[in-house]
Write a protein that binds this ligand. Sequence first.
Ligand code: AMP
Length: 401
Amino acid sequence: MNILVINCGSSSLKFQVIDTETSECIAKGLCERIGIDGVITYENLRVKSGKIKTETQIEDHKKAISLVLDALTDAGTGVIKSLKEIGAVGHRIVHGGEKFTKSVIIDEDVIEAIREVSDLAPLHNPANLTGILACRALMPDTPMVAVFDTAFHQTMPAKAYMYAIPWKYYDEYKIRRYGFHGTSHSYVSKEVAKYLGKKPEELKTIVCHLGNGASVSAVEYGKCVDTSMGLTPLEGLIMGTRSGDLDPAVVDYIAGKEGISAYEVDQILNKESGVYALSGNLSSDFRDLWKARHEGNRKAELALEAWAYRVAKYVGAYVAAMNGVDVICFTAGVGENDWEARALVYHYLGYLGIEFDEEKNAATRGEIAEISKPGSKVKVMVFPTNEELAIAKETYALVTE
Ligand code: AMP
């Protein structure tokens, strides 16, 4: 079955068509600058059309989806002949609150419930909803599924998800830790088990999703028991431009010193912090940071060291949370591609009885590989994530139930 996977941002829309029989992405693209002017990039991967970029007015998400559907069915470069060849649509939804513990078929109640939790992700959920409504208007008879970034983490126990602040904030506003990147943590932990010939229920796994946004999760016998992101994706690791953990008193302190609002400090912590800030505003991209470090840039060096130290601290914490670990996985842009960053992290982990295969690590980029030696007490793996494929699989499973 062909599944259209939609990931809507406030002014962008990413899409892929995935053939669930082969797990292949047969077409993909991106609408950008929605509501400003508009650019759509489309690629038919079956005929290797190359990227086709068209500048055109995209006034809203409905127009964006209609352009996507036109591109997919175009007589020359389309990947399908008619929309009937799309069996279902899978929508990535950032926040499912406590309501959604797994993916669901979209109906009126689900739309209302996503709207209700929008307060928790005011930038993302409304955009995700716009995508759903636009798709429904244009493909009213095609089943649609909502796949939530937070759902996989809903198995966390209260001791892991509660903040130690007055109950009323949880009771009234549902302030607690939720975690994100759930589709990736779920996919990688399951696929790694499969790869190792085990069931997820047989393994304690730590997944390090290290991209521009980054999070670690502890997956005990197939269930997430802790993860590093919190109420929002700001908590936890040092990221591209996000600070990760810090003393919350910093917010008021900066606001007072600079005469700015808490909201403005929040923006700084989300958009102007992380390795970008530590490197002296050099870059949030690890390729630039390594280049600078090799040229002797001390701030770039500190950014990388602090980043790795934080990842290693979370791994250590999750070994404690699960009283052991069988597999540690690296995934996402940095985790899959950056062997030097992986080496920085795993040099902290020798106490776990890990025997590292330095050469294998240095040779591994963007592919499944075991980067610990065969006899190592704990396996360390690189395992590419594929959030779109995970969404397509979830969607297929639900609509064929
Ligand atoms: P993601 O958010 O998962 O797409 O990851 C994006 C980040 O991965 C980029 O900002 C880079 O820092 C990093 N990255 C991607 N490719 C490489 C590479 N070949 N070497 C080092 N870092 C990479």
